[in-house]
Design a protein around this ligand. Sequence first.
Ligand code: HEC
Length: 222
Amino acid sequence: MLIVMMKAMKDFRAAALVVLLVLTACATWRWSGSPPRDERTANAPLAARSAGGELHPRPVEAPPEIELRLSTAPAAVKPQVVVAPTPPEKLKTAVYPADLGPETVDVSGYPPRIRADYQVYARVCAKCHTLARANYSQHVERAWWRLYITRMRARAAWKGSRLSRDEVRAILNFLSHDSRARKRERRKEFEKTTAELERRFDAEMALRLQRLQKGRPVLDGR
Ligand code: HEC
């Protein structure tokens, strides 16, 4: 009886082993072959999304494949982007990567009306933080800016200064035009600039963390 059971168990184990082997073989064949269609096209929606210029929300991490394609692209396609160095005092107070960007926008190519709107924008939007925060924000949608300004108006009112309807309209007009011209139409350049600002910001954050750690009480008794 016992012998029969053991034999049956053996047969069962043998059968299980065969099934396992077959499954492993299938999996190996599947992985060693060319990637399935959906894997090859998995990045397409992302590329399409960024091609559409939808830059918000900010932390859209480019998958390594796209990075690779960028870095191996011929030099002619790559616009050379040189971001002016960030002054040390700005590094210390930054809370957004955008804070590390240039304070001004080159509006020399913009229509005169938009250039006038820029003056309002530069005056109002630099009251509480660097203008760079607004200049290098990832937001491009007029609707988002309208919402932001509504929130900001409440804050500004609380601070004792009011924004007129004309000022709001001027700022929105400038932001719409500038987002289209600088962030959408020259997307590659804008993305390279913001990538550089993020690199600087990350380095600064690492430094701040180091300083914080050094200032902490020593916990391990040394
Ligand atoms: C009354 C002070 C004040 C004024 C004026 C102001 N901001 Fe801000 N802004 C802030 C504060 C505070 C933050 C920090 C985050 C928050 O509370 O939203 C901020 C954050 C931001 C951000 C980052 C928010 C995000 O989600 O990306 C952008 C972009 C921005 N401001 C743009 C502007 C623009 C454009 C204007 C001009 C219309 C402006 N700010 C005027 C106080 C102000």
